[in-house]
Design a protein around this ligand. Structure first.
Ligand SMILES: *[C@@H]1O[C@H](CO)[C@@H](O)[C@H](O)[C@H]1NC(C)=O
Ligand SMILES: *[C@@H]1O[C@H](CO)[C@@H](O)[C@H](O)[C@H]1NC(C)=O
Ligand SMILES: [Zn+2]
Length: 488
């Protein structure tokens, strides 16, 4: 009997352990793992788990200390940074971002990259490394070539904590206990489609991506050591490899991270230290896929330490292990891929055209103001790059992409066929003054009514002029007479 009870107890424990372990990383139905039972003894109840995290929080920045670190950084490195908030958490904490660039807050024809840390409240390594990264870049500008390359050529935005409430509560979810990495609209299932039900942290990220066009990004997690790439979910909810159109590109980007890491690429669990999300375990409503589908942003989900919440004395080592990966993934925004600008042939204005790679069912947009585009691609391959814009003839070119970045500018000829005439932007168009556009368009208008109105105005002016002449003449006459006689 005793044996049966012990067996039941063990079964219960292993079930508990598996549910705990499934929450280790991105979450979900992660299968049993050799280390699962090992960690069990320390996680018998949720309370002791929180106690343990409270103890471990020693040496980690609290939310107010994070804010202080931000202002200290802003003060020290104001020449290369700008601090802003993208919104507030459920409990009203600002979601602080630091932008690092030689021209922070100024739009330039450069790619933008973002790091998002602490998506899960109990995975705080990322938020610490983010501040270390920012300070390292500041200290090494004009000293280290990689720091200088990044600051001069990329706009790097760092959000150390997407979930400050969850951090405070020592738990995965936010203050409403919602897993933020399951709160985004999903491509396969109609979950999270209710805008009002979405968490403020999620909404803040979605607004952010409308404001800024990011080329790529990475969110930082803990509980495993792997670079995870889209798709995260499968249509049949089964665990299997489900690649997105840019599978090759993503495998390359994930490898940039894992190969630059101290030992991520030597993983025995993941070949090369990278994994397709759905192949690991399917996740729905994640941030990564949403970025790629809705924001043209190539996002990776990085699991940067086996231990979700390691003792703070390990943070420096973890920084050393991840430092080159973080720098190289940001630098790959300019060191690899195809980049360029798109102009119109008739007057040379920038065109926010689409850039498509033949054979890859995905398009990225050149920016509205400078028409610069940054198309990340796996190196050592041939590609056909196409630029498309309504009202213009598409253009394509064949390139052989090596290890280094290639520049391809496009000059598109207006398509004068009547069908697309309407959508074509005239040369008089200026993105800074829309009012000017209307005025300039009215004047050369060949319409009869316009001439009529014009003639009427001339006649009216002429009439006014004549009247003024008469009045002046009369006044003149009056002025010659004594003042009293004015009263007529
Ligand atoms: C990487 O190194 C750390 C620290 O030495 C170790 O704990 C971990 O198991 C290693 N992981 C791999 C995949 O080699
Ligand atoms: C291309 O992707 C879109 C979704 O973005 C999909 O609707 C369409 O069917 C795809 N086309 C091909 C040829 O796969
Ligand atoms: Zn996580």
């Amino acid at each position: 009997m005793k044996l049966v009870f012990s067996l039941l107890f063990l079964l219960l424990l292993s079930l508990l352990s598996s549910s705990f372990h499934s929450a280790v990383a991105r979450g979900g139905e992660r299968s049993f793992n050799s280390s699962g039972s090992f960690r069990l003894s320390r996680r018998l109840s949720a309370e002791s788990y929180i106690d343990k995290l409270n103890r471990l929080a020693d040496g980690y920045m609290s939310n107010s200390e994070l804010e202080e670190a931000f202002s200290a950084f802003a003060h020290r490195c104001s020449n290369i940074s700008r601090i802003y908030s993208i919104g507030e958490s459920v409990n009203g904490l600002p979601l602080w971002v630091v932008e690092i660039s030689d021209k922070p807050g100024v739009e330039e024809a450069e790619p933008a990259f973002k790091f998002v840390g602490n998506v899960h409240g109990d995975e705080p390594v990322g938020r610490e490394l983010m501040l270390l990264l920012a300070n390292w870049l500041c200290d090494n500008y004009h000293i280290d070539p990689l720091a200088t390359l990044i600051i001069d050529n990329v706009h790097l935005h760092i959000l150390p904590s997407m979930n400050p409430d969850g951090f405070e509560l020592r738990r995965r979810g936010n203050a409403n206990n919602i897993d933020l990495n399951r709160d985004f609209p999903d491509q396969l299932f109609p979950i999270n489609d209710d805008v009002d039900a979405r968490q403020p942290e999620t909404q803040a990220i979605m607004r952010w991506l409308k404001d800024i066009q990011f080329t790529a990004s990475a969110s930082l997690h803990g509980g495993a050591l792997v670079a995870n790439y889209p798709w995260d979910g499968t249509p049949d909810k089964r665990k299997s490899y489900y690649g997105c159109p840019d599978d090759e590109t993503f495998r390359f980007l994930a490898s940039v991270y894992s190969r630059s890491h101290y030992n991520m690429s030597r993983s025995t669990e993941f070949v090369g230290g990278i994994t397709n999300g759905a192949f690991w375990y399917p996740v729905y409503g994640g941030m990564q896929d949403w970025n790629y589908i809705h924001a043209g942003c190539f996002e990776l989900t990085l699991e940067i330490s086996d231990d979700k919440w390691p003792p703070s004395n390990e943070l420096h080592t973890l920084w050393e292990y991840n430092k080159m990966s973080m720098l190289n993934i940001v630098a790959s925004m300019v060191k690899t891929g195809v980049h360029g600008r798109i102009f119109s042939a008739d007057c040379g204005k920038p065109l926010p055209a689409s850039v498509i790679i033949k054979g890859i069912n995905y398009s990225i947009q050149a920016t509205e103001s400078f028409a610069n585009y940054h198309r990340l691609l796996a190196p050592d391959n041939k590609y056909e790059v196409v630029a498309e814009m309504p009202g213009y003839k598409s253009k394509s070119t064949h390139i052989i992409l090596g290890e280094d970045a290639t520049t391809v500018d496009f000059i598109l000829e207006p398509d004068l066929s009547s069908k697309s005439k309407i959508s074509r932007r005239g040369c008089d168009f200026r993105y800074d003054t829309e009012r000017k556009l209307k005025m300039v368009q009215i004047l050369p208008g060949p319409k009869l009514e316009l001439y009529l109105i014009f003639t009427l105005i001339i006649m009216f002016l002429f009439f006014l002029f004549k009247r003024r002449v008469i009045v002046n003449y009369l006044n003149h006459r009056r002025n010659t007479t004594p003042k009293r006689s004015i009263v007529v």
